[in-house]
Design a protein around this ligand. Structure first.
Ligand code: SF4
Length: 341
């Protein structure tokens, strides 16, 4: 059975402001092929969200894998997990709406316990975060006593609480290299753990977790994406080791963003990561030529402009992130330690 959700009703708005909003949206989104009618359809919502968030003191944080209408229509801060976690500590507003998956909102709450953190809708899963529990980490520690535990930011608060230090794809290498021990427990991404073992030369004990979006990229699929030999290839560390070994560069989306900022007009780049990030790059760097990865995270795409509108209009308790204070404090130590890198 197909359940069709009703488009939320919206109060009538000033026509002049609406026209300006349509133009603003079209300037950015037409780069991705949006037509004027599509921009007209969402403009009443983005305009209303932008008005309400100011009135209610809400800051909207969006991960780069969100859709372009959220990123360019209503987000105040856009970035990867590390950038969002860091910027969340600088926000003056009492209320944060995190557009991403649940563990990201938990990370914001870990760092900002006094703030009210909301998500457009709960249950935005992540195959990595959902692959491991705090109990699993405790068992791993018992099996490998003395080995420090580095957890990827894509984990629940409970898993972070059992870890010594948290990391992102941007600082994982630096953090692992900074540890005295030659044996490190890295979880939950097995691909990333294997890639980091190769890069750092350390003995890395991994966990069998995968990002379904990056793990789905096989060498066969990569061959099909590589139509132009002059394209620079840059793969996310969550990709399989054979992909990492066959590309020009590897790292996180923060590194990818840096490459785009430093590239010259006309440069051709294929970022092997979620398509939402590539769409963002196409709008922010219109003089570069980005190939599509066609890698879609279905969990990220479950947020849309209508769910953002509904929560900004009505901040319901069911969309609020709450954490057990003892777990939050323990997780805070691991996240706080990461922020130095
Ligand atoms: S892209 Fe992968 S790691 Fe990121 S939220 Fe989606 S499933 Fe999780």
């Amino acid at each position: 059975m197909v359940i069709v959700e009703e488009t939320p009703k919206i109060p009538t708005q000033d026509q002049e402001k609406l026209t300006e909003e349509i133009e603003r949206l079209y300037t950015n989104l037409s780069i991705l092929g949006w037509n004027i009618e599509a921009c007209e359809a969402i403009a009443p919502y983005t305009l209303r969200i932008n008005t309400l968030k100011k009135e209610k003191g809400i800051k909207i944080l969006a991960h780069s894998y969100q859709t372009a209408d959220i990123i360019f229509g209503v987000a105040d801060i856009v970035g990867d997990s590390l950038a969002l976690a860091k910027r969340a500590t600088e926000i003056e507003e009492d209320t944060i709406l995190l557009c991403g998956v649940d563990f990201m909102a938990e990370t914001v709450k870990i760092l900002n316990p006094e703030k009210n953190v909301f998500v457009p809708s709960k249950g935005r899963d992540c195959t990595l975060a959902d692959s491991i529990t705090g109990e699993d980490v405790r068992k791993l520690k018992e099996k490998h006593p003395g080995a420090p535990v580095v957890c990827y930011v894509n984990t629940t608060a409970e898993v972070k609480a059992e870890s010594d230090i948290c990391c992102t794809s941007a600082n994982a290498q630096k953090i692992i290299e900074s540890l005295e021990s030659d044996t490190v427990i890295y979880l939950p991404d097995e691909n990333m753990g294997k890639n980091l073992a190769e890069i750092t030369g350390k003995n890395i004990i991994t966990w069998r977790g995968y990002c379904r979006t990056h793990h789905a990229l096989t060498t066969n699929r990569l061959e099909k994406l590589l139509k132009d030999p002059n394209v620079k290839t840059f793969a996310h560390l969550e990709c399989r080791p054979e992909i990492i070994q066959s590309v020009d560069l590897h790292g996180g989306t923060g590194d990818m963003n840096k490459l785009a900022a430093e590239s010259s007009n006309g440069d051709k780049i294929l970022f092997l990561t979620e398509q939402g990030f590539i769409d963002r790059m196409k709008i922010e760097y219109p003089d570069l030529k980005f190939s599509d990865s066609h890698m879609i995270c279905v969990s990220m795409k479950r947020n849309d402009i209508f769910s953002v509108y509904k929560i900004v209009e009505n901040l319901t308790l069911e969309n609020k992130i709450e954490l057990d204070e003892e777990i939050r404090k323990k997780a805070y130590k691991a996240v706080k330690r990461m922020l130095k890198y």
